[in-house]
Design a protein around this ligand. Structure first.
Ligand code: FES
Length: 118
């Protein structure tokens, strides 16, 4: 049965910031993005790098015309510091190939405390 683990307070986690906590022997990061909290494993499915220690960014993509590059400045993508794979912290999916996915977890906020459900 899942249980709640306090990882931070809402005051400690400003927009775009993260906290990495060890929960039951596993490192899990919680990100605050535009007022929402997202929990994701600090484990890259490529070669086990510390995914959530990387930079939070938007994404470059090619326009429908197949020629022009655009930048999506919705900074919800974490870049693995080892080889640069990009994952969406809101759902754990690799943004270039959704068959690669990092586990995500539920988050609850109660009285200013942030909990990961695991
Ligand atoms: S270990 Fe994360 S991209 Fe290689």
């Amino acid at each position: 049965m899942p249980s709640k683990h306090k990882v931070a307070t809402t005051e400690e986690l400003s927009d775009g910031s993260r906290v990495i906590a060890e929960i039951e022997g596993q490192e899990i990061a919680v990100f605050q993005i535009d007022g929402d909290y997202h929990a994701i494993s600090n484990y890259c499915v490529h070669q086990a790098g510390p995914l959530c220690e990387g930079k939070l960014t938007g994404d470059m993509y090619i326009d429908d015309n197949g020629w022009d590059w655009n930048y999506d400045d919705d900074e919800k993508h974490i870049t693995c510091p080892w080889h640069g794979w990009l994952f969406d912290v809101t759902n754990g999916e690799n943004i270039h190939n959704s068959k690669y996915r990092v586990p995500t977890y539920g988050v609850e906020v109660e009285d200013g405390d942030i909990f990961v459900i695991r």
